[in-house]
Design a protein around this ligand. Structure first.
Ligand code: C2E
Ligand code: MG
Ligand code: MG
Ligand code: MG
Length: 284
């Protein structure tokens, strides 16, 4: 396999890929090189309060600045990394970058909360809580500044182990969020038991709200469900002002989406609050 062909395979993830094949090993090599050569980039997408002037928040989103392909989006390498287990290294890289950023910016922004996405592999790694704890210690930042986003499907993969890990992470002080809510098969019985703080409504429902096929009703019910369970609810995929106003009227707590801001390189994110972000502070 030439480098070019290998890459094409990496970017067209095939779930049937044999994890022991030479091909997979070389793809893994590409990703290892990405970490070692500093090709990973931390992007942050602002999350704003719709109901009251709350603190600043954002979601950390990973990008791969590839020497030939340019900026590669996560869906083109995370599923592969997930399959091989290498995603755990990526998660630790993201978590450490966020810890570093929080340590640098704490003096300036008192109340900055950043969400980090966890994969199924992370959730089932018995060492996860220990590894995250070591990073917190190294940078002297508190778990309470982080929100860990876990998808419904990651939880339902092995609900009992996931529940044990989530309890441990919650005890450690992390905020927890269920990501892409509504797209998986989460059981409401589990949802009630898990120590989560937030539901994130998947963008497919939010984007569908304008077209009258029932998505607006799903969004409304999810907001009510979250509030009845005492959880904060966030809408992702907020692409225009009208959508943002509708969500505000439906009592949705927070919004994230292109209307507010695209994901920004970490360096630009800190300046965003002082500039364009000032327009999104909810009325008290
Ligand atoms: P996610 O966690 O649900 O993240 C939200 C995705 O929606 C992001 O895509 C974001 O750029 C996109 N988005 C935000 N606002 C809008 C909008 O208004 N309209 C539309 N159409 N899209 C919007 P992105 O950055 O490409 O990430 C895709 C997925 O890749 C994430 O979905 C997450 O599942 C995964 N991912 C990204 N970074 C990481 C990471 O560090 N670790 C893990 N495990 N997964 C990650
Ligand atoms: Mg997420
Ligand atoms: Mg999401
Ligand atoms: Mg999503």
């Amino acid at each position: 396999y030439g480098a070019k062909k290998r890459l094409a395979v990496a970017l067209l993830y095939d779930p049937a890929l044999d994890s022991s094949s030479a091909q997979t090993l070389s793809l893994l090599g590409d990703l290892r090189r990405a970490v070692e050569q500093g090709e990973l980039r931390l992007y942050l997408q602002p999350k704003v309060a719709l109901q009251r002037g709350a603190g600043a928040a954002a979601e950390a989103l990973l990008r791969w600045q590839h020497p030939q392909r340019g900026l590669v989006p996560p869906m083109e390498f995370i599923p592969f990394a997930e399959q091989t287990g290498f995603v755990r290294q990526l998660t630790l890289w993201v978590f450490e970058q966020v810890a570093m950023l929080l340590a640098q910016s704490l003096a300036r922004t008192a109340d900055l909360h950043i969400s980090v996405n966890l994969s199924t592999r992370d959730l089932l790694d018995p060492e996860l809580s220990l590894r995250l704890g070591a990073i917190l210690e190294r940078y002297q930042v508190s778990a309470g500044s982080f929100c860990l986003e876990i998808t419904e499907s990651a939880i339902m993969d092995d609900p009992q182990r996931a529940e044990a890990m989530l309890n441990r992470l919650a005890q450690q002080g992390f905020k927890l969020s269920i990501d892409d809510f509504g797209t998986g098969y989460s059981s409401l019985a589990y949802l009630k038991r898990l120590p989560v703080n937030e539901l994130k409504i998947d963008k497919s429902f939010v984007l569908g709200m304008q077209s009258g096929g029932g998505d607006a009703q799903i969004v409304r019910s999810t907001i009510d469900l979250a509030h009845n369970l005492g959880l904060t609810v966030v809408a992702e995929g907020v692409e225009d002002a009208a959508l943002m106003e509708r969500l505000r009227a439906m009592a949705c707590d927070e919004a994230q989406g292109y209307h507010i801001s695209r994901p920004l390189p970490a360096e630009q994110f800190l300046g965003w609050h002082a500039g364009p972000g000032a327009a999104f502070v909810a009325a008290p």
